[in-house]
Design a binder for this molecule. Structure first.
Ligand SMILES: Cc1cc2nc3c(=O)[nH]c(=O)nc-3n(C[C@H](O)[C@H](O)[C@H](O)COP(=O)(O)OP(=O)(O)OC[C@H]3O[C@@H](n4cnc5c(N)ncnc54)[C@H](O)[C@@H]3O)c2cc1C
Length: 649
């Protein structure tokens, strides 16, 4: 990396020139940098808010899942079969599905070789379990912190490989000319804060999912995401409307999946003070206690809210929690200290009863059952200042993952901005639903694909010339900091609340119309009036709000378009309409939903900002099928040697 200082209108700007810039140091960004280096791309750097930031290193769940090609026992698996499982979720491209399947074993074994302790048997097989949307037993885990374990191993390797990492950096804009990326403008929050310019032949955006867009969120609090940087430059996105939502604790953000539900906690709601008027509200709607407790048990492994499980399935629980918190404005808690009044093990469904029986957990009190089945689950909350013995756990329905993201080809390059790649949750490779754990697989695979493609096709550096346009853009961003409009925190909570109210698991056409228009108005205002902030770290947050606020507008437009097109209820989103189908006999007429139009599973929604018109364009495109490659060895060998394989996009 070459560095120079350019004096410009009283500014001293640090300009860094390098071959490939990776933005973000989550599991995806770290592995991409490692694979670039292993493929001979030496002149690289990662810029990041911090090696301890992002979702991967700060999150987990009861048993955080990594999904991969099956590598154990008699069960047959193959790249094609795994690709079909991924593809069958609908709305996913076949080439990325095949690549995610084909590179899966390599990506997984790379982690094993770096020291991630995925369980193996005495012969070196990696036993798996079945996760949601998984026809086999492809899932594995290192425990609650799989993605953190991955990051720690990857960071060690980054250090061994001597890869440059610039921390405390917030990318505030991408540099794009003639639909080709050539770098980024970055705010360095060290000291008093300063802008920097990174000029690079290739940029990998690995900034994670859009955690900062929702007020009800189980993304780590410090994680906001930065897909808006690319959306502002007109990068096409796929499936922005497909996200995952589910029940999570909110004081310490954590999915209450797995054993947290299987031990059948008591669901209570209280008035706003968190104490008065406690009641077991679920029984108001579901009178049959055996059925109710079976649904709670099932929530354990049917964690994401699922539009297909509302009528008679476990996702009705998420709706009832939503009604209590958002409509009745009460607070909902899981109480592990005593059993619900109506709990009777003999009334449970067979699956639930036999599971508890086999776990020696047919004992009174949820906490005792949790102690038998998963004592670490209690410790985990203790480590974060919550004692389940003494206090109930507050929960809400929260945003957890975006299946969509930037539109990429089979090598994870943006479909309309050259030399820009997206890895991890920033890439929109998943469809309507996805097998649990496939997000982590996808992020690792992306690193291999991107690095090989850059080494084969983009090995030469592109000369960027004097950074005239970059400096012009930098002046615009520094201009934002000279204005002082509303407090940046208020700006952020406004769009976060708008998203949680309109673009989460419950959606209404009429609300989305007004939400999208309010979003646009807010974005215009933020840019025109600026924001107020106290110091360099807050200045970075104000700058970040620009891309986040724009992203929320684009997401709302995408979601609105998908509803208007008649996708109906699918994945983790239920479309409500009074003319629809009644959700549950105990709910009023406003609780009717639009059934899914399954034909749209063959399509992807492409969303793009067109700078000249200022419009957000939405169109449905036919998804790419799983390629049927000619795998005759001699032919494949020749295509490989001639590098023809890098022509497939
Ligand atoms: C509670 C929870 C449980 C989950 N469980 C599972 C699971 O069991 N299995 C599974 O497969 N997936 C799971 N996921 C999803 C999965 O964890 C994420 O999709 C994945 O970790 C994202 O990795 P990433 O590398 O793309 O992004 P991240 O890990 O979020 O990293 C993003 C990086 O970008 C940096 N960054 C962001 N913006 C900027 C900017 N403007 N400038 C500079 N740097 C920036 C951040 O600091 C960070 O370093 C879960 C998610 C959550 C929230």
């Amino acid at each position: 990396m070459k560095n120079e200082i350019i004096e410009d209108c009283g500014f001293s700007v640090n300009v860094h020139r390098l071959h490939t810039l990776v933005i973000g140091s989550g599991a995806a960004g770290l592995n991409t940098a490692i694979q670039l280096k292993r493929n001979g791309i030496e002149d690289i750097a990662i810029i990041t808010e911090g090696l301890n930031c992002g979702t991967s290193i700060n999150t987990g769940s009861d048993k955080q899942t990594y999904y991969k090609l099956s590598l154990c026992g008699r069960e047959e698996d193959s790249p094609r079969k795994l690709a079909e499982s991924l593809f069958s979720s609908g709305g996913m491209n076949g080439d990325t599905a095949l690549a995610e399947a084909a590179v899966s074993a390599r990506a997984f074994l790379n982690l094993v070789n770096l020291g991630v302790k995925f369980p193996q048997d005495s012969f070196g097989q990696f036993p798996g379990y079945k996760t949601d949307h998984d026809p086999r037993q492809r899932a594995t885990s290192t425990g609650p912190y799989t993605s953190r374990d991955m990051c720690l191993a990857l960071i060690k390797e980054i250090k061994l490989l001597n890869i440059t990492v610039h921390e405390k950096r917030v990318a505030v804009s991408l540099l794009v000319r003639e639909k080709t990326v050539y770098g980024a403008i970055v705010f360095n929050i060290e000291g008093e804060g300063a802008f920097e310019i990174y000029l690079a032949s290739n940029v990998i955006l690995a900034t994670g999912g859009p955690g900062g867009l929702y007020s009800d969120s189980v993304y780590p609090e410090i994680h906001t995401g930065a897909i808006g940087l690319a959306l502002l430059e007109g990068a096409a996105a796929h499936n922005l409307q497909e996200s995952q939502f589910g029940l999570a604790s909110i004081k310490f953000r954590w999915n209450v999946s797995g054993t947290y539900m299987q031990v059948l906690p008591r669901f209570i709601s209280t008035e706003a003070d968190g104490v008065s008027g406690p009641r077991e509200f679920l029984a108001d709607y579901i009178k049959d206690a055996g059925h109710l407790n079976t649904l709670i048990f099932l929530k354990g492994y049917q964690w994401p809210f699922d539009a297909q499980k509302v009528e008679s399935g476990s996702s009705i629980i998420d709706i009832l929690v939503y009604i209590e918190t958002k409509i009745k404005k009460r607070r909902v808690f899981l109480d592990y200290r005593r059993d619900s009044v109506a709990l009777d093990f003999s009334l449970l469904g067979d699956e639930a009863r036999s599971y508890l029986e086999k776990s020696d957990a047919l004992v009174p009190c949820p906490l005792e059952r949790l102690r038998k089945m998963n004592p670490q689950a209690i410790d985990l909350y203790l480590e974060h200042g919550i004692n389940l013995e003494k206090e109930p756990l507050e929960i809400a329905v929260c945003a957890q993952h975006n299946n969509g993201g930037l539109a990429v080809n089979g090598w994870w390059e943006s479909t309309n901005i050259k030399h820009l790649f997206a890895a991890g949750e920033t890439a929109g490779t998943h469809g309507v639903c996805r097998p649990g754990g496939s997000a982590l697989n996808s992020g690792q695979v992306a690193g291999f694909r991107i690095a090989e493609f850059i080494a084969a096709r983009y090995h030469e550096s592109v000369e960027c010339g004097p950074p005239r346009e970059a400096l012009e853009k930098l002046r615009i961003f520094s201009g934002y900091l000279n204005k002082s409009g509303r407090d940046w925190k208020k700006v952020r909570s406004e769009f976060q609340e708008r998203m949680s109210e309109n673009a989460a698991h419950l959606r209404r056409k009429e609300n989305l119309e007004s939400a999208a228009s309010e979003a646009f108005t807010q974005y215009k205002k933020v840019v025109a009036e600026g924001q107020s902030f106290a110091n360099a770290a807050e200045a970075a947050e104000a700058l970040r709000n620009i891309q986040l606020c724009f992203a929320h507008y684009v997401y709302l437009e995408g979601i609105r378009h998908s509803l208007l097109s008649g996708t109906g209820s699918r994945g983790s989103a239920l479309v409500l309409d009074e003319k629809g189908t009644q959700i549950h006999e105990s709910l009023g007429a406003e609780w009717r939903f639009v059934p899914e139009n399954p034909e749209l599973r063959e399509m992807l929604l492409e969303t793009e900002f067109e700078e000249t018109s200022g419009d957000i364009l939405n169109r449905w495109i036919k998804r790419r099928e799983i390629p049927d490659e000619d795998l005759w060895f001699e032919k494949a060998w020749s295509a490989f040697l001639k590098k023809d394989i890098y022509g497939i996009t």
